[in-house]
Write a protein that binds this ligand. Structure first.
Ligand SMILES: [Zn+2]
Ligand SMILES: [Zn+2]
Ligand SMILES: [Zn+2]
Length: 139
């Protein structure tokens, strides 16, 4: 948990507005990736476009990453503190549960180096493992 969110956002070159701090806190509290609708439901007085713009700002500054888990709805999760969203060093696996529909970051499981043919350059890798999560498997 980051204690001084103001300072953290400033370090990432984002002006720490009240709204941004609230959204950051919300994301920090989640153990699973959140969709825009989840976030909208948590902030009932906010406009969807404002929330979306905030998330995009976070994404551009390496605070949040989006996950395409195949459900057709992009989900958002906080990056690790020192993340630069670099393909070879920062990206981790995601797990999507077929039973409860939740998607989690497996931040300790980095995406293995992917070798591409000469002349190809990876800009983003989205690796989602699908199955049954810890909660649903009851283990
Ligand atoms: Zn990142
Ligand atoms: Zn599950
Ligand atoms: Zn993630």
């Amino acid at each position: 948990m980051i204690k001084d969110i103001d300072n953290f956002l400033e370090q990432k070159k984002i002006r720490p507005t009240a709204m941004r701090i609230l959204i950051f806190k919300y994301l920090e509290e989640q153990s699973v990736a959140a969709s825009l609708t989840d976030i909208e439901n948590a902030f009932d007085k906010s406009e969807r476009t404002t929330l979306y713009r905030t998330l995009k700002t976070f994404e551009e500054h390496g605070i949040v990453h989006t996950i395409d888990d195949g459900s057709g709805i992009n989900k958002f999760a906080l990056c690790e503190e020192n993340c630069n969203c670099e393909v070879d060093t920062d990206l981790h696996l995601h797990f999507h549960c077929n039973k409860c529909g939740e998607t989690v970051c497996l931040t300790n499981h980095k995406i293995p180096h992917i070798s591409l043919p000469d002349g190809y350059l990876a800009e983003d890798v989205n690796l989602v493992v699908k199955g049954i999560c810890e909660k649903c498997s009851g283990k």
